[in-house]
Design a protein around this ligand. Structure first.
Ligand code: SDX
Length: 431
């Protein structure tokens, strides 16, 4: 727990209440209001949690004004360029970059847990073929609670570790199976001689009828996309995982809850919605029409892939993703990809528009990711499952951190009640 740095004084009806303040390594100081209701009989009010720290954490730091994102202190740009996803997973889980021996042991452990229980294949067959893969992932990941009973006891550190590795290792297999099922192709088993990203690509795109060679360019781009989505402080889906875990729910149920929350178009579903929007725009000459709609308060339309609760500057992940989009499309020979051209022109026009400048709306991680995934051959319905796959390590790391917190209590927010005052029941004949 951070040290008390100073005291804030809140005066209500002439009565002063002293509240402790704590200083972070980086970012805003916090006011500890845990005793406020007991001391002053009042709640704080913060729908959407725009000014509320729900926990303390040592995993990820975001400075929205400066466009900074670090994992255990390491800037995302350096990790995306110089590291790789499983090494970032180790860093997020254990707090330090691994030695060569530690990394080899971790990668071997993950690799050897990539298969799922054979009976779980039946779950997929219970879904309609046209089910959204996110629906399948929520169902199958939640159902892991019904199979992996030896890693559901959250009070056993060994079981927590086994559940963590199983979730990180099996998520690509589950996501790939959801995709294969949706297109009527047979499931492809993972291979232990392939790296994490290559394994996922092969499980998605290979067919029994012929050999499949993983394109190393696509594998590197896929791995980088995983890294850019790995963790992101206390976002909506991570907060969902923490709240579910605070009740003592098992890890698979908690991660299934996180997947369900991520699905929303305001959150992880934005990558699918963004590419669909770019396709709907179609050509640069239609951009003004959509910009006008985005600015119209009476129109619910928003530019998908734009804006962020925290970033009021460029999302550093979007910068890396944009560079990667250029690189991948060039290397794939997808010259002048019309969707990429629309995206770049839309970004240029929006960033020159006072509306977006005043509201500090910039492209976020979802603005360019869909263009790369589309060029790789993924349908838009697989964009958010890939986000969920990559974010699993962040959810798991935050879940582990919360369970190790001696201050852990069940999360139970209060409310500002504006409903009817107490009244007596009226029999139906008297209404
Ligand atoms: C992710 O939290 C995380 O860290 C999430 C994430 C992660 O890694 O976990 O980064 C992943 O979810 C990225 C965000 C993906 N979502 C989208 O791209 C959907 C489009 N963006 C918006 O829905 C919105 O920007 C949010 C939801 C992302 C953020 O919303 P906020 O912080 O609640 O801001 P807001 O809705 O209050 O908007 C502030 C103002 C509003 O105008 P006013 O009411 O003040 O007049 O900006 C406007 C909004 O109307 N606005 C937009 C806009 N986003 C906000 N106007 C047009 N287009 C947009 N995209």
């Amino acid at each position: 727990m951070a040290e008390t740095t100073k005291t804030a004084t809140l005066t209500i009806d002439g009565v002063s209440h002293d509240l402790a303040m704590y200083a972070p390594t980086d970012g805003p100081e916090v006011i500890d209001i845990r005793k406020l209701y007991a001391q002053a009989g009042v709640f704080t009010y913060d729908p959407g949690f725009t000014s509320t720290a729900s926990c303390d954490s040592t995993i990820t730091y975001i400075d929205g004004e400066k466009g900074i994102l670090t994992h255990r202190g390491y800037p995302i740009g350096q990790l995306a360029k110089d590291s790789h996803y499983l090494e970032v997973c180790y860093l997020l889980l254990y707090g330090e970059l691994p030695s060569a021996a530690q990394l080899e042991e971790f990668e071997t452990l993950v690799t050897r847990h990539t298969m799922i229980h054979e009976q779980m294949h039946n779950f997929f067959r219970g879904f309609r073929r046209d089910a959204h893969p996110m629906a399948t992932m929520v169902g199958v990941v939640g159902a892991m609670s019904a199979f992996y009973h030896d890693s559901t006891d959250i009070n056993d550190p060994h079981q927590r570790e086994v559940a963590s590795i199983r979730l990180i290792a099996k998520m690509p297999t589950i996501a790939a199976m959801a995709y294969k099922y949706s297109i009527g192709q047979p499931f492809v088993y993972p291979r232990n001689d392939l790296d994490y990203a290559s394994n996922f690509l092969r499980m998605c795109f290979s067919v029994p009828a012929e050999e499949y060679e993983v394109n190393p360019i696509l594998a590197r781009a896929m791995d980088r996309i995983f890294t850019l989505h790995a963790d992101h402080e206390q976002n909506a889906s991570t907060s969902t995982v923490r709240l579910a875990s605070s009740s003592g729910a098992n890890p698979f149920a908690c991660i299934a809850a996180g997947i369900a929350c991520l699905w929303g178009p305001a959150h992880g579903g934005a990558n699918q919605a963004c590419l669909e929007m770019l396709r709907e725009i179609g050509t640069p000459d239609r951009i003004p029409e959509f910009i006008a709609r985005a600015k119209d308060r009476n129109d619910p339309f928003r530019l998908m892939g734009f804006g962020h609760r925290v970033y009021k500057n460029f999302d550093p992940r979007a910068k890396v993703m944009k560079e990667s989009a250029d690189e991948v499309l060039d290397l794939l020979g997808v010259e002048n990809n019309p969707t990429l051209q629309v995206a770049k022109e839309l970004e240029r026009v929006a960033l020159e528009d006072p509306y977006f400048a005043e509201k500090k709306l910039y492209p976020n991680v979802d603005f360019y990711s869909g263009i790369i995934l589309d060029a790789m051959g993924f349908p838009t319905s697989m964009f958010t499952p890939i986000f969920a796959l990559a974010r699993t390590v962040g959810w798991v790391s935050q879940w582990k951190e919360q369970l190790a917190d001696p201050q852990l209590k069940i999360g139970r927010p209060r409310q500002l009640y504006l409903g009817a005052a107490q009244r007596d029941y009226v029999d139906i004949e008297n209404r």
